[in-house]
Design a binder for this molecule. Sequence first.
Ligand code: OXD
Ligand code: MN
Length: 613
Amino acid sequence: MAVMVKHEKLKNWVQEVVELCRPGSIHWCNGTKEEYDHLMTLMVENGMADSLQNRPNSFLFRSDPSDVARVEDRTYISAPTQDEAGPTNHWIDPDELKKTMTELYTGCMQGRTLYVIPFSMGPIGSPISKIGIELTDSPYVVCNMHIMTRVGTKVLEVLGTDGDYIPCLHSIGAPLAEGQEDVPWPCAPIEKKYISHFPQENLIWSFGSGYGGNALLGKKCLALRIASAMAKREGWMAEHMLILRLTNPEGRRFHIAAAFPSACGKTNLAMLEPTIEGWKCECIGDDIAWMKIGNDGRLYAINPEAGFFGVAPGTSYNSNPMAMETLKENCIFTNCALTDDGDIWWEGFDGEPPAHAIDWKGNDWTPDSGRPAAHPNARFTAPAAQCPVICPDWEDPKGVPIDIFVFGGRRAGVVPLVNEAYNWDHGVFLGATAASETTAANIGAVGNLRRDPFAMQPFCGYHMGDYFQHWFDMGDKLGAKAPRIFYVNWFRKSPDGKWLWPGFGENSRVLKWMCERVEGRADAVETPTGLFPRKVEGKAGAVETPIGLLPRKEDLDLTGLDIDNDDVEELLRIDTKAWQAELPDIEKHFDQFGRHLPQRLKVQLENLRKRLK
Ligand code: OXD
Ligand code: MN
């Protein structure tokens, strides 16, 4: 053991896991480049990874075809009672789940190395940060954790002899018998996969999958599911949100935190290049925000991660040039295609498709193959510090003050380009009723509409009804200093299936309207009058509609944008009948929360019903 460990509890836990999982050896990770290079060399030699000849210090992995995404059906919030986990989470009694998983863990690391990864979510030593220790038998996980979190001996120093940490146990669930040949991506079959959370104990047990969201336990498991439960107990917020800073031509800064479901463009928005004159955007994070109320009463956010684990297909110099620049070197690619000149490729990449490639399953591929070369949920893992538009304050331990919350999802119809909530309670209603078409980020059907409240449906570590109440409680504490709340839909289509809004950098036009609404704060309406449409004066105008405040065409800066007038009208049109048709579904959605549904959400639903009459 090269590292001196003075923390008795940690040493004992590692010893217990060694006795249970019986690894061939133990490695305490120090987080150095040498460690990363050594493990990558090992994986390339063992045939688990390809070293990319045309991308410096970058590697391509192909997963087992069954292990390509998060497995929500096998993900558990094992609170003491099912009522505490709520209707949106899978639940198994903690004792029963531990018994089942202990059997699975028994001897599961045979023939493999157990890696001990000390990591910090958030800058090491920041008052908002948390320390985790992941024990894993996957060197792929170690290398990804090097990029996605702050790994190293420094973390153990901060922990000292008795500091708090979140224990995260992970195994790919594929012991290697003596002499048995390994496979490039060992994992367990689906029925043996368990991604388990014990929020009462701040404990994570993951078994059987090597895929990022199931295996890099700092991310979804710690920074969202366990952290959301801690945040509820301790009075802060852990959200599935990107964080960005927009600076207007006068130099005023606005900080925006936006929640969209997985694979709905958070990374693209976080690295936005504004198309409007004089506006600048800087990225602070692309997936998770931890927020606490500061001494001045405002809400401060940090990005607990250190890298981006983004969806590769669709990423290009056209859709996200800053991501493409970030990916130039030092990256890990998973389930992308390999070109003949030793680089990666995916659907939606710039330029012509290669004439020949090796697809994500390792087979020959040509554009005529009739199947995608990269898996739709192929991913890149990239150091955030490499992003050309990373904000200089992205690692500021005290965080950045949030001015605006944005919710949204992927909806081909009904939901307009943007609307503003009338007030905090209405904003919580918008978040609580958010709906989106499902994507390839989870194993399951793609394109089905589902309610995904606050984009947290797969990530909330306790009862979603209580989570809604937590939002109200935070709003009450923040009072007049609470961020303003907006809802967007970049994905509206015409009846013939054409995107109505160009998206990407052009989304800056919508963000500009939001910032101007915030600047004109004194003129904002507090409660709907029911007399609509009524112009609300402010720096940027808005009209009251049954669903919220909408910009008129003239309120949006569309200078230089080639867009049909009819399309803009359609993007801002409220179809009262279509909205009335949403009501029964919202009611059904709310009903599942039973006595946990805050009364204030019922009031909001009734208000919407009245406004739609
Ligand atoms: C992610 C996800 O990986 O949300 O960020 O699935
Ligand atoms: Mn995510």
